[in-house]
Design a binder for this molecule. Structure first.
Ligand code: GDP
Ligand code: IMO
Ligand code: MG
Length: 418
C-alpha cells in the first residue's frame, strides 16, 4: 500500500523539515512542495556536504524521487535557475526528476522591490519578511492579476499582462513608496529568456500526482511553519500562504483522502526569524546559548533566529490545525549542555499580542552528548524522559528523533510508512 505523508513545521519555521524530508525520501517516489517560495531555506547535510534548498523539494538528492513544485508555490525564475545551476554543479540530474506546475504564479522583480519598499515604510512595525517578493506575488494572485507559468504559452498576451501589472507596480513604487521603477521591456525579455531555460520542467502536475500517490509513498513538504500561516498564524506577523494542511490541498489539488499521515516537525526548543509574538522567547544567556549551540542563523537571509523554550501551547494548536498523527523531534542534541530545561505549557495573550501568566515546567537536563545517537535506548535517561514528557503533553507519539544535522543522525522509532 502506498502512504502519502504531509510534513509540516509545527512552530515558526526552521524546524529541520528539509533534513527529515531527505531522510524519509529514501522510502518515497515523490516529494512535493505546495506553498511558499524561495523564502524557505531547507538544509540537507549528507556526508559532510551541505545543500540548502529554497524552492526545490528536499527529496531532490535521491535519484528515484520525483520532485514536484505544486501550483500553490510562487516562483521566481531567477531564484529557480540559480538553484537548478547549484544542483547541476553538484552533478544532480534534474531531467525527468523535477516537475513544476504550469499554474504556479510568478514572482516578478517588481514584487521584490515592493516587498522591500513596504517593509521600509512600515519601519518599526515591519513584518521582517525575507524580502523575496513573496507577499506581493500572493497579493496579485488573489487580486486576479497575477502571471502564471502557463501564460508563457502566448508571449503576445503575456507581454500585455506583464505591462499591465508592472505599470501598476511602478505606479506604486514611484508615487507611494518614492522608489525607482522597474524597466518593463527588460523584465519581459529576461523573463522570456529564463522561461525558455526551465520550460522543460513545466507540466500539468495532476496526472503525475495521481499516478505517484496511487503507486507508492509520496511526501508533501511544508515550508515555513504553522504559526506563519496567513489565517491561523500570528497575523500580521506571518507569511502570505496557508502553511498548514489546507495549503497542501489548495496548493496541489489533491484529494484529502489520499493523505494517510501527518507528521509534525518540531525542534526540541523554539525559534522564530523576523518580528512578531514569541511567548517563550529567552532574551538572556540561555537564549544566546540555544542560538550558538543550535547554529540558529537563517538559511535564507542569514539573519539571527530568536530562540526560546519549547512552546507546547503552539504545538497543541498545530496538532489540531494539521491533523498531526506523529512528531519528528529535531535538534535534541542542542539541549545536551543545559543543566535545567524548561517547557512552556501555557499563557494568556493580551490585545497587544503580549503573553501574560506564562507557565513553564522544568526538568533536569542530561549533560551528555546525544550527537549522532541512532537508538532511543542509547539516549541518556533524562533525554528519554524529555521525549516522553513531550509525548504525554501533546498526546502524540514521537516517531523520529534527529540527533544532528547529518542524514545519518536519526533515531527512527516508528516506520511511518507501514
Ligand atoms: P527547515 O527550514 O525546517 O528545513 O530547517 P532549516 O534547514 O532552515 O534549519 C534547521 C537547521 O538545523 C539546519 O542548519 C540543519 O542542518 C540543522 N539541523 C537539522 N536537524 C538537526 C539536529 O537534529 N541537530 C542539529 N544540531 N542540527 C540540526
Ligand atoms: P522555512 O521553510 C522561518 C518568515 C519571515 C517573516 C515572515 C514573512 O525555511 O522554515 P515572507 O518573506 O514569507 O513574507 O516573510 O515569515 N519566514 C520564515 N521564517 N523559516 C522560513 O521558511 C520562513 N519563511 C518566511 O522571517 O517573519
Ligand atoms: Mg529554514
Amino acid at each position: 500500500m502506498s502512504k502519502n505523508i504531509l510534513l509540516i513545521g509545527t512552530h515558526w519555521g526552521d524546524e529541520g523539515k528539509g533534513k527529515i524530508v531527505d531522510v524519509l525520501a529514501d522510502n518515497a517516489i515523490g516529494c512535493v512542495r505546495f506553498q511558499g517560495g524561495h523564502n524557505a531555506g531547507h538544509t540537507l547535510v549528507i556526508d559532510g556536504e551541505t545543500t540548502i534548498l529554497h524552492l526545490i523539494p528536499s527529496g531532490i538528492l535521491h535519484d528515484n524521487v520525483k520532485s514536484i513544485i505544486g501550483n500553490g508555490v510562487v516562483v521566481s525564475l531567477d531564484a529557480l535557475l540559480q538553484e537548478i545551476d547549484d544542483l547541476e554543479s553538484k552533478n544532480i540530474i534534474l531531467d525527468n526528476k523535477l516537475f513544476i506546475s504550469e499554474l504556479c504564479h510568478l514572482i516578478l522583480p517588481s514584487h521584490k522591490n515592493l516587498d522591500i519598499a513596504k517593509e521600509e515604510k512600515l519601519g518599526k512595525s515591519s513584518i521582517g519578511t525575507t524580502g523575496r517578493g513573496i507577499g506581493p506575488s500572493y497579493e496579485d494572485k488573489v487580486a486576479r492579476r497575477g502571471i502564471r507559468l502557463i501564460d508563457f504559452r502566448n508571449t503576445k498576451i503575456l507581454k500585455d499582462k506583464i505591462s499591465n501589472i508592472m505599470d501598476y507596480h511602478n505606479f506604486l513604487l514611484k508615487n507611494y513608496y518614492n522608489q525607482p521603477i522597474v524597466d518593463v521591456e527588460k523584465t519581459f525579455e529576461s523573463l522570456v529568456d529564463n522561461y525558455e531555460k526551465i520550460k522543460k520542467f513545466v507540466i500539468d502536475i495532476k496526472p503525475l500526482l495521481l499516478n505517484l500517490t496511487n503507486s507508492s509513498n509520496v511526501l508533501f513538504e511544508g515550508a515555513q511553519g504553522a504559526m506563519l500561516d496567513i489565517d491561523h498564524g500570528t497575523y500580521p506577523y506571518v507569511t502570505s500562504s496557508n502553511t498548514t494542511f489546507a495549503g497542501l490541498l489548495s496548493g496541489t489539488g489533491i484529494n484529502v483522502n489520499r493523505i494517510n499521515y501527518s507528521l509534525g516537525i518540531m525542534k526540541a526548543y523554539t525559534t522564530r526569524v523576523g518580528n512578531g509574538p514569541f511567548p517563550s522567547e529567552l532574551l538572556n544567556e540561555i537564549g544566546d546559548n540555544l542560538a550558538n549551540w543550535g547554529g540558529e542563523v537563517g538559511a535564507t537571509t542569514g539573519r539571527a533566529r530568536r530562540c526560546g523554550w519549547l512552546d507546547i501551547k503552539v504545538l497543541k494548536n498545530s496538532i489540531e490545525l494539521n491533523s498531526i498523527n506523529g512528531i519528528a523531534l529535531t535538534k535534541i542534541d542542542v539541549l545536551d549542555k543545559f543543566e535545567k530545561i524548561k517547557i512552556c505549557i501555557d499563557y494568556d495573550m493580551d490585545d497587544n499580542y503580549t503573553a501574560r501568566n506564562i507557565k513553564f515546567m522544568e526538568i533536569n537536563g542530561w549533560m551528555k552528548s546525544t550527537v549522532g545517537v541512532t537508538k532511543f535506548n542509547n539516549l541518556p535517561k533524562n533525554a528519554q524522559k524529555y521525549v516522553e514528557l513531550i509525548e504525554s503533553l501533546s498526546e502524540r507519539p514521537i516517531d523520529l528523533i534527529s540527533t544532528g544535522p547529518s542524514r545519518n543522525d536519526i533515531i527512527e522509532i516508528k516506520d511511518i510508512f507501514v
